[in-house]
Design a protein around this ligand. Structure first.
Ligand code: AMP
Ligand code: ZN
Length: 112
């Protein structure tokens, strides 16, 4: 998508602090971290939100989760939270599906 900020990051048109790069995924540091570790994991395919994911995206969605786990493992994070915001009411502001990997502080339940 032309006007998608995450597609621009994938294309290298906007800089990012990359954490992981594969043919299908990119992970980079969130520009406004809400915890000491705040990494975004995104597919290189533009899918606006989880609601838009199809059965054909099953493997890609699984890859995102495993990438989060592998990044957490590499960084020796034992406690972390994975979040996908879906829709404006949930807090989604960038409409290119992404998984937040948060760690480095105490998280309360339920989330706000
Ligand atoms: P969400 O609110 O779930 O859609 O998450 C979008 C996230 O993208 C927010 O946490 C933003 O801080 C982050 N973000 C927006 N622009 C950039 C950028 N250029 N580089 C890194 N993170 C970004
Ligand atoms: Zn996009």
């Amino acid at each position: 998508m032309n006007d998608c900020i995450f597609c621009k990051i994938i294309k290298g048109e906007i800089p990012s602090q990359k954490v992981y790069d594969s043919p299908t995924l990119l992970a980079f540091k969130d520009i406004h971290p809400v915890s000491p570790v705040h990494i975004l994991i995104i597919p290189k395919k533009h899918i606006p939100s989880l609601s838009d994911a199809a059965a054909a995206d099953q493997a890609l969605l699984g890859e995102m989760l495993l990438a989060a786990k592998n990044i957490a493992s590499e960084k020796e994070l034992s406690d972390y939270r994975i979040i996908i915001n879906n829709g404006r009411g949930s807090g989604q502001t960038v409409f290119h599906i992404h998984l937040h990997l948060l760690s480095g502080r105490l998280f309360t339940w339920p989330p706000g």
